[in-house]
Design a binder for this molecule. Structure first.
Ligand code: SF4
Length: 377
């Protein structure tokens, strides 16, 4: 099972597509070390995320607790405090670190409201490389504002000798946002095709499967069904800063339990968990975030190998691209049927001062997550 631990909602970025930063948690109320100690061993990928995890003063101790429980420990960071990760990487060089990067200097800083974001992240990734990091990379949220830079960012990451993870606009309780919509779905989707072809041209098996993952992103962008059904609550779960455990980070009606009041085993066996997992089977949202997609691509019998459909797609298209052909995207994607999406302009917060208030004493889920309906199509 994969697990994302949302360590805090404090964040020093000011993103236009995620409003976590407008809802900072009180450090005293955030998930504690002794709570995470209750997690069993044997997770596949555990992601320490946020908000911004480097704002947790106890991040190094948190890593000490969680590292032995996962095959892969990942830290998703905005990269604005790379120096805080250096001692962690020196101790655990194989920790996977991804810095959010949304394009070139101007685009990144505009989308993420970060004054010197681009520069800091680039220096930061080099800093972690020097510290001995072996699994480093950038992560981009594909949107209208940066889609035309996608291939360039991928090439930049390759030139730096690091990875590029991709996701795209989502509405979700985690992001406190339910009005993220593409301005021009088809244009954005076509830009992703170039990345898919670029990934298939490499000689890294991981990249070929990432190409398939990006095929799923195209379907998400176009408002089509997921290419593989979702396994939220069964193959992955989220822990929020109040130690509540959720099947996914999108629908706020899929709770599993609470890690302070229950053991992990009690949570998974609870009636609440069974009810939420049953709802997942009928979910009509078309999310395709790396957590939901990666787990869905795995064989249910041998999780180390992919399901037959992604494997067959990868083998066929790798062969085609290697022989000088091109991926026939029209064979897989119905560009003729693209539902319209509402025009909701996104606002850059670069250089704009917004007063934010720490969320204190919010005891009920409805108070913590006032937005209720999240729609992804
Ligand atoms: S498809 Fe449904 S259950 Fe799966 S992550 Fe999205 S909202 Fe959650």
């Amino acid at each position: 099972m994969d697990l994302s631990i949302i360590t805090t909602y404090r964040c020093n970025s000011r993103c236009q597509m995620c409003y976590i930063w407008k809802n900072p948690t009180d450090p005293k109320e955030e998930v504690k070390l002794e709570t995470l100690e209750k997690l069993p061993d044997g997770f596949d990928n555990v992601n320490l995320t946020g908000g911004e995890p480097t704002l947790r003063r106890d991040l190094a101790e948190l890593v000490d607790v969680v590292y032995p429980k996962a095959r892969i420990l990942e830290i998703s960071s905005n990269g604005l405090h790379p120096e805080r990760l250096v001692p962690i990487i020196k101790k655990y060089p194989d920790i996977k670190v991804r810095f959010s990067l949304e394009g070139n200097e101007e685009t990144n800083n505009t989308i993420r409201g970060e004054k010197k974001g681009f520069e800091t992240k680039l220096k930061g990734i080099r800093m972690l490389k020097e510290a001995g990091g072996t699994d480093l990379g950038f992560a981009i949220v594909i949107q209208d504002e940066n889609a035309d830079q996608l291939v360039k960012v991928y090439e930049m990451a390759r030139a730096e000798g690091v990875e590029l993870a991709t996701s795209t606009l989502h509405n979700a309780w985690q992001f406190y946002k339910n009005d993220n919509y593409f301005y021009d779905r088809v244009k954005v989707a076509h830009e992703v095709e170039g990345l898919i072809t670029g990934m298939l041209k490499t000689w890294k098996i991981k990249n070929w499967f990432r190409a398939y993952l990006n095929l799923g992103l195209i379907e998400k962008i176009l408002g089509h069904d997921r290419i593989i059904r979702c396994t939220a609550g069964t193959d992955f779960a989220f822990i929020d800063p109040w130690s509540d455990v959720w099947a996914c980070n999108v629908r706020s009606d899929l709770p599993l339990g609470n890690l302070v009041n229950q053991s992990w085993e009690e949570i998974l066996e609870s009636k609440k968990a069974r009810e939420s997992i049953a709802k997942v089977a009928d979910c009509r949202q078309n999310c395709w975030m790396v957590t939901t997609a990666r787990t869905a691509m795995r064989s249910p019998i041998i999780p180390q190998i992919p399901k037959w459909s992604p494997l067959a797609w990868v083998m066929w298209n790798k062969m085609k691209v290697t022989l000088g052909g091109a991926v026939n995207f029209d064979q897989y994607i119905d560009y003729g049927h693209v539902p319209p999406s509402p025009l909701k302009p996104r606002q850059s917060f670069l250089g704009i001062k917004v007063k934010v208030q720490v969320q204190r004493g919010l005891n009920k889920v409805e108070e913590r997550y006032p937005l209720v309906n999240f729609y992804n199509r």
